[in-house]
Design a protein around this ligand. Structure first.
Ligand code: SF4
Length: 330
């Protein structure tokens, strides 16, 4: 199963004008792989996630699962496709019904999606799902408020797994959790992906977080992808000034290395999506801005194999990094 997203667009009409929440996003995720989708709040990554599972209807574009288009599917076709692509939300507490026990929550999904036949089969499957996410059958009788944040997110993951999806869209799945349990949930997600051959789109504001789980990373800004490439290149030696500022926001544990770093500081706020800047979307915050950037929009260009960057001057700004990227990938 390959997930292909082509020129995906979502525009919202508001009283103040049209918000270009997602403005032509394209990427491909191969079966069993993870694409990390990174950017600051308001960059369009969560809207992209909601379109992938059709909680939001795209304005235009295509979302292909093995060539079948999810973007504008309806009725029975949409229902079938929805079973193949599931979402795990950031806040597990808000996404679970407080009146239902864990067993009832999972059982309801199994019944509605006709995944089981009868009570006995449903109970067995609920227990299997709990085991898959590292919990015991005793959790089935508990309500969400009786669980810790990490346990609730495990239930959220089990609920997504209940319909046996091929793709999981994970929208900041550990951001709301205590730091101490984040690694456990990340390890669980990695194990499930590898054991079940799942394909992930992992959304986060934190480049340091996605590097551990991603095969490829796409960086979004004001509804567009500014850089996309392999996880190591994107998180260690990116070629776009914005990605470099995100990388530099991730602290380096070694104080000596931290002192030697040449840091690209990210100043200012993300501009208003109703009135995005002309030319390069990042020009109002870029430390390397030149006149051309204010008038001419850079397109994504493949500067190293499978590594695309939307900046006019990456070659001039980061020649050593580019030479290495071309060697490593080539
Ligand atoms: Fe900065 Fe110009 Fe490159 Fe945009 S095109 S990232 S403003 S140098």
């Amino acid at each position: 199963m390959t997930l292909v997203v082509e020129d995906l667009v979502k525009h919202f009409r508001t009283r103040d004008g049209i918000v270009r929440a997602v403005d032509g996003v394209s990427f491909t995720v191969e079966r069993g792989q993870t694409l990390g989708l990174v950017g600051e709040s308001g960059c369009g990554k969560s809207t992209t996630a909601r379109m992938l599972v059709r909680l939001d209807q795209p304005t235009s574009g295509r979302i292909l699962l093995d060539g079948e288009d999810v973007a504008f599917a309806r009725g029975a076709t949409l229902s079938k496709l929805r079973g193949r692509i599931q979402m795990v939300f950031q806040d597990p507490y808000a996404s679970l019904d407080p009146r239902l026990t864990v067993g009832q929550t999972l059982g309801e999904v199994l019944t509605v999606r006709r995944m089981v036949d009868g009570d006995a089969q449903r109970r067995t499957r609920v227990n299997e799902l709990l085991e898959m996410v590292g919990m015991t059958a005793s959790v089935a009788g508990r309500y969400p408020h009786q669980l810790s944040g990490g346990q609730r997110q495990r239930v959220g993951i089990a609920r997504a797994l209940a319909v046996e999806p091929e793709v999981m869209v994970l929208d900041e799945p550990v951001s709301a959790l205590d730091v101490s349990v984040r690694a456990e949930v990340m390890n669980l997600l990695t194990r499930l992906r590898d054991e079940l051959g799942l394909t992930y789109v992992f959304i986060s504001h934190d480049l340091g977080m996605v590097r551990h789980i991603s095969d490829r990373i796409a960086v979004m800004y004001l509804g567009r992808v500014l850089e996309i490439g392999g996880w190591r290149a994107l998180s260690d030696d990116p070629l776009h000034p914005y990605t470099r500022s995100l990388r530099d926001a991730v602290p380096v544990p070694d104080p000596e290395l931290e002192a030697q770093r040449q840091v690209v500081e990210l100043g200012g706020e993300v501009p208003d999506a109703i009135n995005p800047p002309a030319g390069c979307l990042f020009h109002t915050r870029c430390p390397y801005v030149e006149d051309r950037c204010r008038v001419e929009t850079p397109t994504l260009r493949e500067l190293a194999p499978r590594h695309q960057v939307a900046c006019h001057f990456s070659e001039r700004l980061f020649p050593d990094v580019l030479a290495e990227a071309q060697q490593v990938s080539g």
